[in-house]
Ligand binder design. Structure first.
Ligand SMILES: CC(C)(COP(=O)(O)OP(=O)(O)OC[C@H]1O[C@@H](n2cnc3c(N)ncnc32)[C@H](O)[C@@H]1OP(=O)(O)O)[C@@H](O)C(=O)NCCC(=O)NCCS
Length: 474
């Protein structure tokens, strides 16, 4: 019998600092971006793109400290013994080293913090833009299914800092954060369905980051098209495999069997574009929604104009109602944090669980579709069923509350544009330049992992030039 493997728990770490997209930022950027007025830019970012706040890492944070914070939180909240971890895998496109796996740095931080030797833990780093963590999750799950684990748990962490050049169209889709997932047999939260994942890979230039650059190069509009095409391809394979697995006994409509659809969310509005493409595909064979689709198609000058079909579809009441029910709850965290690249699909999952728990909704037994995408480009579509003990996990986390600002009695601190630009512009070390090290912190760290310093020595006795030293501040 196939083992039931899935997500037992999750933990999210978000930097405390943020830029409020409604305040000073649009006032300063509107003239620089050639926008008509701050109000127009504010409207575009908050409604057109969907972002309220953008999380910014402080001087002592990087993708590795964020990952370690998420892992520590996951371990503490789940009450597991770190010695019971088989694999700690990281999916990231913000690597801190061109050679060493970030997961080894993270393991080192956990060893120091818990006072345990964890050298038995496997520590791969998987890189493929925003889909890296999904490939890491797939490997961790398959390893468990194959019975290769000697210990009950694996941890998969998605950690990233989304960074584009200042004064570019990408700037207002930045963010930062890490999501850690606890993977095991008979999970409390989500049982992943085996044998039906759909995968697509195309060699594309929609988004990449050359080795010499700290910011991504993106062809924004093209990246949206590639995203949609790859998701559609992966969904088609997912649908075909789902039907084949049931030997033709499955109903013709895959849509009717899905309760929630989660997307990779580089910016919240992207979920609407993706939903339009996915609904337009799945509704073709759905008895309840095919008439809506055919009605919209009948209004087109050219019945093959898919872009226009999708634009009109999102305006229908049917679309709005379905979107509100099956997708909107997954976007709340993203609006408050911004793009967390490889973690954004799993942040959407956390958002769904949090929203359901706080609103007293029932998720047990519901089927969740995951649409993962990474530029460059690859997509994976897979699904899972919410497990009976999901509420046990959900009531412990409450990340919505964590996102409250200092003004509202929470922990988040708003920074002004000058401070944000200082942190954004910091370069740790030039190729032959002297080591500069981490920038000054805005909020002194307490109770967290920090990047303490970069090594500066090249002598016969010690060579650590550029090596990253991490610590935990009490
Ligand atoms: C997302 C991105 C392409 C937006 O770029 P942009 O040049 O600002 O795009 P637009 O001017 O078309 O504006 C975006 C939306 O806001 C809408 N908008 C503009 N001004 C508005 C306003 N004042 N109020 C409400 N909506 C507004 C536009 O109509 C558009 O919506 P539409 O697609 O329904 O037409 C850009 O931020 C980017 O490149 N981001 C990074 C790339 C990325 O994340 N790619 C995803 C693949 S992983």
């Amino acid at each position: 019998m196939t083992k039931i493997i899935g997500i037992d728990a999750y933990a999210v770490h978000v930097p405390r600092l943020y830029v409020d997209m409604a305040n000073e930022w649009p006032v300063i950027r509107a003239p620089q971006l050639g926008e008509e007025s701050p109000e127009k830019l504010r409207g575009k970012v908050m409604s057109g793109v969907g972002l309220r706040k953008m999380a910014v890492p402080d001087g002592h944070e990087d993708a590795a400290t964020m990952a370690a914070m998420a892992a520590k939180r996951l371990i503490d909240e789940s009450g597991i013994d770190p010695a019971d971890i088989e694999t700690l895998a990281i999916g990231t496109e913000t690597t801190v080293d061109q050679s060493k796996s970030m997961a080894a740095y993270v393991l080192g931080m956990l060893e120091t913090h818990y006072g345990k030797n964890l050298q038995h833990v496997g520590t791969p780093q998987v890189q493929f833009a925003c889909i890296g963590a999904t490939y890491a999750l797939e490997a961790a799950v398959n390893q468990l299914r194959a019975g290769e684990n000697k210990r009950p748990y694996s941890i998969v962490i998605a950690t990233d800092i989304s960074k584009y050049p200042l004064r570019s169209a990408g700037e207002y889709t930045q963010g930062a954060g890490a999501v850690a997932l606890l993977i095991c047999e008979n999970p409390r939260l989500l049982e992943l369905e085996p044998g039906i994942t759909g995968t697509v890979t195309r060699n594309e230039r929609d988004f990449f980051r050359p080795n010499w650059s700290s910011t991504a190069v993106v062809d924004g509009k093209y990246s949206i098209d590639v995203y949609l095409d790859c998701i559609e391809g992966a969904l088609s394979e997912y649908s075909a495999r789902s039907r084949a697995r049931r030997n033709g006994s499955a109903p013709s409509s895959i849509y009717g069997e899905l309760d929630h659809l989660l997307f990779h969310v580089p910016f919240p509005r992207m979920a609407e574009y993706a939903a339009a493409r996915v609904f337009a595909t799945l509704w073709e064979t759905d008895p309840a929604f095919a008439p809506v689709l055919h009605e919209v198609r009948a209004t087109l000058d050219s019945p093959d104009d898919r872009r226009e079909l999708q634009r009109r579809l999102v305006k229908t009441e049917a679309f709005k109602t379905e979107f509100e029910r099956r997708i909107a709850p997954s976007l709340e965290l993203s609006r408050e944090i911004g793009n967390v690249y490889s973690g954004s699909l799993y942040l959407a999952f956390a958002s769904l669980v949090e929203q359901a728990a706080t609103q007293g909704l029932e998720l047990q037994g519901q089927r969740v579709l995951f649409c993962s995408y990474g530029s460059g480009a690859s997509a994976k579509v897979f699904s899972g069923r919410v497990a009976p003990r999901w509420r046990e996990v959900a009531t412990r986390v409450r990340y919505g509350e964590e996102l409250r600002t200092v003004a509202d009695g929470g922990r988040r601190v708003e920074i002004d544009v000058a401070e944000y630009e200082r942190l954004h512009g910091h370069v740790e070390v030039g190729s032959d330049a002297a080591i500069i090290g981490p920038p000054r912190s805005v909020v002194p760290p307490r109770g967290e992992f920090v990047l303490a310093r970069l090594g500066e020595t090249t002598t016969p006795k010690l060579t650590d030039y550029g090596y990253r030293y991490y610590a935990f501040t009490a």
